[in-house]
Write a protein that binds this ligand. Structure first.
Ligand code: TMP
Length: 208
């Protein structure tokens, strides 16, 4: 049976990484086959593109270049890692996927949504996640959570940039209600984990 494709989305500091780690530990403890991967990144070629995208020194990067690089990373990641795993019955947990491009490059960078749609279909081989978790919280709180770390090129963007990202995510979630589960990112980490686990077990048909 084909594996399930599970993605996590959210603004910076939303708690995605902690929830992904807890989910992976829970699946591992139950002997459920999965891989953990991320965007931009995954296989070596895509990780090299990630380094280009996030390097704070690349201030000259145009929004168009940025979108194309995210899509290039995604195409390699999808063909080399995601599709083979799903085909062999392994579940894929991915930190971000194409919804990030609509939120960051579409809403925050104001690039044409129709162009993103065409590039997305091309770079994902028309692959859609089966379930997406959005960890939502106010931008002020999320940015205060990351203030102590060294910020990458996107994290250094303004408050209004991140507000647009958040609003777009909420709108995408509303338009894709059967795929999305929106969670309160300010909720206790263990409560969130239990909500995510319940939804994942339902999706993959496993008992808790
Ligand atoms: P991360 O810090 O969650 O690993 O994500 C890397 C950054 O890249 C984050 O600021 C969101 C951004 N991003 C986009 O702008 N567009 C995309 O398509 C993806 C996947 C990520």
């Amino acid at each position: 049976m084909r594996g399930k494709f599970i993605t996590f989305e959210g603004i910076e500091g939303s708690g995605k990484s902690s929830q992904i780690r807890l989910l992976a530990e829970a699946l591992k403890a139950r002997g459920i086959k999965y891989i953990l991967t991320r965007e931009p990144g995954g296989p070596p070629i895509s990780e090299r593109i990630r380094a280009l995208l996030l390097d704070p020194q690349n201030k000259e990067m145009s929004s168009e270049t940025e979108l194309l690089l995210y899509c290039a990373s995604r195409a390699q990641h999808t063909s080399e890692v995601i599709l083979p795993a799903l085909a062999s019955g392994v579940h894929v947990i991915c930190d971000r996927y194409y919804d990030s491009s609509y939120a960051y490059q579409g809403a925050a960078r104001s690039l044409d949504k129709e162009i993103i749609r065409i590039l997305t279909a091309f770079s994902t081989y028309s692959t859609d996640p089966d379930r997406t978790f959005l960890l939502d919280l106010p931008v002020e709180q999320s940015l205060s959570r990351i203030q102590d770390r060294e910020l990458d090129r996107l994290e250094q963007e303004s408050l209004s940039f991140h507000v647009k990202v958040r609003e777009q995510y909420l709108s995408i979630a509303k338009d894709n209600a059967s795929r999305y589960l929106v969670l309160n990112g300010l909720e206790d980490i263990n409560i969130l984990h239990r909500q995510i686990l319940a939804a994942v077990f339902k999706l993959i048909g496993a008992a808790q």
